[in-house]
Design a protein around this ligand. Structure first.
Ligand code: FE2
Ligand code: FE2
Length: 655
């Protein structure tokens, strides 16, 4: 019978009977199998240690290391090697025992070579099938891993998906995956694990195993807490950045070389995937940080109003850096605290407030208590919310100076009651925000002082008008007040526009400063020359304003408040909507006020008469729509004689 090529594997034959060894060696050599022999169990172990063997055919009864002991040793150390047990006791019991210990098959003695060949072929065939199955399983595992990696770029999902897959592929009850980033605070961000018993934390022994395995750059296996723990370091650029720990029951089969190889390949893919996810998370975080900062900067510069700017500084701080309280301290030139604005979700307890103030005092020195103010962006929040009383510790503080080219303006601070210390990148965010906030606050301060000067100028001018024309004392301010009510009635709501109308009221008769006293205060009728002189006041006023750039928005009120809807007014004969809406509003308020109040040349007219006149002149002298709105205001009691606030002439003169 030609048996050459029947068998292909490498066989180790072990028997203490040289005759049996010879017989089998000759027989197997004829099948094409590779063959090594050993005369006892100990020698067999030496052969195995020299290099891999596919199948061991061993006698069961041998002195020293017998067949069962050899089988156990092979199962533990060379799990890929199959064992066929030869036994003289052809009993079911012996066969079952051999199979229980992990033998692939058994062979009865004395040996029937024909039957033996059939068994040898079956063992090799099972072996090939198993290898094929393992190869397929490895391919599927790698394909699944690729899918998991490509479908999950986010650090939040990836580690648990990887851990699930590895648990399934290697059929281990416990797996812990951890990975650390490179930046400060990344541990907290990236440590993830999937483990049934660990809950994600490593024991000290496991941590040491991971460190040792990382230093070595390769697998390490150790018996820890009654189980075998295999540690695979996750390497990036030859540096250990994490590890994969697989724990198994010592009674379970050890990982074979193919499994270890598969695990090694998967480990390198996992390292790359986690690194990519980490870099992606970092890039995303940086991008979000930049976007947030740009948005905060935009909002800071959106308003010149001091109150709004302060609200935006606090909102910006809480958007960029998680904290419980933020504080803005503004100092005057002598470095005394001018303003201390504390903001948080709830008012601090007295103990906490004392801690915060002490922290500020250490930085600032003197604090004027009157400067303190607590604000919250959620005014509806209960300030006595449960739990507040227990918060009496200021865990972490980060400060940044508020300074611009002019010098120090003050400082910004954020406080955390719990959680970790402020990270470097969080402190950088506070610093970046502080420079944007400093310029916004400086602008607001300048705007506030400019506005104060602007209003003071108008007040002075308005007073000068009143001084000039005793009989119309209070006229300017009252016309402004009536005009605002009418403006609201026709839908003008913005504070800026309403203020402009108010200031327009104060200033509209500015030109009267240039009118001769004798004409302005003449009791009785004016001559036509005198009347023409009076009619110059809109142009005189506009000319006065010409050189004051910040008062330009008021020029229209001054110049055009005597224009008429039908074009018959002065000085420019504008008609209809050529006259700005706000000026048309002022004109009606001015007319009503002038007719209702006493003048040097007459007493005030009855209201019904005035209202009749306005109704009659709607569409002629006045915008008919505004006349309707004015009459409606009167009917509803929105505008009354109280708006005239008429005072007896004697008192006016005395004032
Ligand atoms: Fe006027
Ligand atoms: Fe007037």
């Amino acid at each position: 019978m030609d048996r050459s090529g029947t068998l292909k594997a490498k066989w180790l034959v072990v028997d203490d009977d040289p005759a049996v060894l010879d017989l089998l060696q000759v027989f197997l050599a004829g099948t094409g199998a590779g063959i090594v022999t050993a005369g006892c169990g100990r020698e067999a172990l030496e052969r195995l240690a020299e290099g891999p063997v596919d199948v061991v055919l061993t006698d069961r009864n041998m002195p020293g290391v017998d067949g069962d002991a050899l089988l156990r040793e092979i199962r533990a150390k060379w799990p890929m090697t199959d064992v066929v047990m030869m036994t003289g006791e052809a009993t079911v019991k012996a066969a079952v025992e051999a199979m229980r210990l992990g033998a692939a098959d058994y062979l009865e003695k004395p040996i029937d070579l024909q039957a033996a060949l059939g068994i040898f072929q079956r063992v090799e065939s099972h072996r090939r099938l198993r290898q094929e199955r393992d190869r397929l399983r490895a391919e599927v595992a790698l394909r699944d891993l690729t899918q998991v990696i490509t479908a999950n770029l986010h650090m939040a999902d990836l580690p648990s998906r990887i851990a699930d897959l590895i648990t399934r592929v290697f059929e281990v009850p416990e797996i812990t995956l951890h990975y650390t980033g490179t930046g400060e605070g990344d541990d907290a961000l990236l440590w993830r694990s999937a483990s049934r018993s660990h809950g994600g934390t490593l024991s000290e022994d496991e941590r040491l195993l991971a460190v040792e395995s990382g230093a070595q750059g390769d697998f390490l296996q150790r018996r820890l807490a009654g189980r075998w723990v295999l540690c695979l370091p996750l390497m990036v650029n030859a540096q250990s950045r994490g590890s994969l720990l697989l724990a198994r029951d010592p009674r379970e089969r050890d990982f074979d070389t193919d499994q270890l190889e598969l695990l090694r390949i998967m480990g390198s893919q996992v390292s790359i995937a986690l690194e990519n996810a980490h870099l992606y998370a970092l890039a995303t975080r940086q991008m979000r940080g930049t976007q947030k900062l740009a948005e905060v900067g935009r909002r800071l510069n959106a308003s010149l109003d001091m109150e709004e700017t302060l609200v935006e500084v606090h909102a910006g701080l809480s958007a960029l850096v998680p904290s419980d309280y933020s504080v803005v301290v503004l100092l005057d030139r002598t470095q005394e605290c001018l303003h201390l604005d504390l903001s948080g979700l709830r008012a601090p307890s007295p103990e906490l407030l004392a801690l915060i103030m002490e922290s500020v005092r250490v930085r600032v020195g003197r604090i004027n208590d009157a400067a303190f103010r607590f604000t919250t962006e959620q005014p509806n929040l209960r300030t006595d919310a449960p739990g507040e009383e227990r918060v009496t510790q200021l865990q972490h503080v980060s400060w940044a100076p508020l300074s611009d080219s002019q010098g120090s303006l003050g400082l910004l601070g954020v406080f955390r009651l719990a959680g970790g210390a402020f990270l470097t990148r969080e402190q950088e965010s506070v610093m970046l925000l502080s420079s944007a906030a400093a310029s916004a606050l400086q602008n607001s301060l300048l705007y506030t002082s400019m506005r104060r000067m602007h209003l003071e100028t108008i007040q002075v001018l308005s007073k000068a008008i009143d001084e000039k024309d005793h009989y119309t004392h209070g006229h300017s301010a009252q016309v402004g007040g009536i005009a605002i009510k009418l403006a609201r009635r026709v839908g003008i709501q913005s504070a800026e526009e309403l203020e402009e109308i108010h200031l327009g009221g104060l200033m509209h008769d500015l030109g009267k400063i240039g009118i001769r006293d004798a004409v302005l205060n003449k009791p009785g009728r004016l001559t036509s020359e005198e009347y023409d002189h009076i009619k110059t006041h809109p142009l005189v006023g506009a000319e006065i304003l010409r050189r004051a750039p910040h008062l330009q928005p008021l020029v229209a009120f001054v110049r055009h408040h005597h224009e008429q809807w039908n074009g018959g007014g002065y000085p420019d004969g504008l008609q209809g909507e050529e006259i700005p809406l706000k000026v048309r509003i002022l004109t009606i308020a001015d007319t009503f006020h002038a007719m209702a109040s006493d003048r040097i040349y007459r007493t005030g007219m009855p209201v019904e008469e005035i209202l009749g006149y306005l109704r009659e002149q709607g569409g002629r002298l006045f915008d008919p729509h505004l006349v309707e709105a004015f009459l409606d205001c009167w009917q509803r009691g929105l505008i009354t004689m109280d708006d005239i606030n008429y005072e007896p002439l004697a008192v006016q003169r005395a004032g």
